[in-house]
Write a new protein. Structure first.
Length: 293
């Protein structure tokens, strides 16, 4: 089953549902950053919600940046996304190793920590970007983003995220968000709450080879669910380039650049997002310094 995001409407258009399969995307991130199993499960959840939220933006010029900074050992995680959605990100501590939690699962909550903040920056072409800040409440990520939606976007949203890791890497990864419209009835909302409870974990449903349509029906309890948009393919891809890195070098203080030229005679810059190395010769550094002045 390919990576995909599908948007649905349930209960005659009164409930919005978005389901995502991000297995290949999370595996690409795992390989890129050489993530440990618990870092894969943790970062994979953040990448999944970022892909869903990135795709919600209207224009391809819009950019979403999410920073999650808890008091746990994984440290800060940063993800950027556009509306394709194309996502990339990095983790402060990609190799953390923790014992399994009480339920015998990878301990995402401890990795993130139970205090800290989620910062969401949406650059949507206005003078000032939209900035939403929400506290981390459990470190499990799905609950933390449900809190974000409630506090920052005033939406009561159910969020589910999951990553199943085996010895070869990512077995399944995905998530869904369900948002009732203002005209949804208490009865419909209660039916959805019961259906979510009965459905179980998203990673397990994907592992059982359920399609995103089957998952949407299962978590809403609506067999007549409508597909609104499909063929959305989220990918993990970095858009760094040597030109972009040169622009970064040109923002450095002249003395720092002169020091690089005189003492090292070269510079190596590593992209945070994809670990690609860019080498600059002495001549290239001199040219950057010259163009600055």
């Amino acid at each position: 089953m390919k990576d995909q995001i599908i948007k649905f409407l349930a209960y005659q258009g009164k409930i919005s549902v978005v389901c995502a399969n991000t297995t290949e995307l999370v595996e690409k991130a795992r390989e890129t950053h050489d993530l440990s199993p618990v870092a894969t499960a943790t970062f994979g959840r953040l990448l999944t919600i970022s892909a869903i939220m990135g795709n919600e933006m209207k224009s391809e010029k819009n950019k979403l940046t999410i920073q999650m900074k808890g008091n746990g050992p994984i440290g800060t995680m940063v993800v950027t996304a556009n509306n394709f959605p194309k996502v990339k990100g990095y983790v402060s501590n990609p190799t953390i190793d923790l014992p399994l939690n009480d339920m015998g699962k990878l301990d995402v909550g401890t990795a993130v920590g139970n205090a800290g903040f989620i910062n969401v920056v949406k650059d949507i072409g206005l003078k000032e970007p939209y900035i939403g800040i929400s506290p981390i409440i459990s470190g499990e990520i799905a609950e933390d983003f449900a809190e974000y939606y409630a506090k920052s976007e005033q939406k009561n949203t159910a969020v589910a995220l999951g990553v199943l890791v085996n010895k070869d890497g990512v077995k399944t990864a995905g998530g869904y968000i369900i948002t009732p419209m203002p005209d949804a009835t208490d009865e419909e909302i209660s039916k959805i709450e019961q259906s979510i409870f009965k459905a179980g974990a998203i990673s397990k449903m994907l592992d059982e080879k359920l399609s995103l349509i089957d998952i949407a029906k299962k978590v809403t309890g609506d067999q007549q669910i409508q597909v609104i948009e499909e063929n959305i393919t989220p990918i993990y891809e970095c858009d760094c380039s040597k030109e972009y890195m040169a622009d970064g070098l040109s923002t450095l203080n002249d003395n720092v650049l002169k020091e690089m030229i005189e003492e090292d005679g070269k510079a190596e810059i590593i992209c945070h997002f994809c670990n690609k190395k860019y080498n600059f010769t002495k001549q290239e550094l001199e040219k950057i310094l010259e163009q600055k002045n």
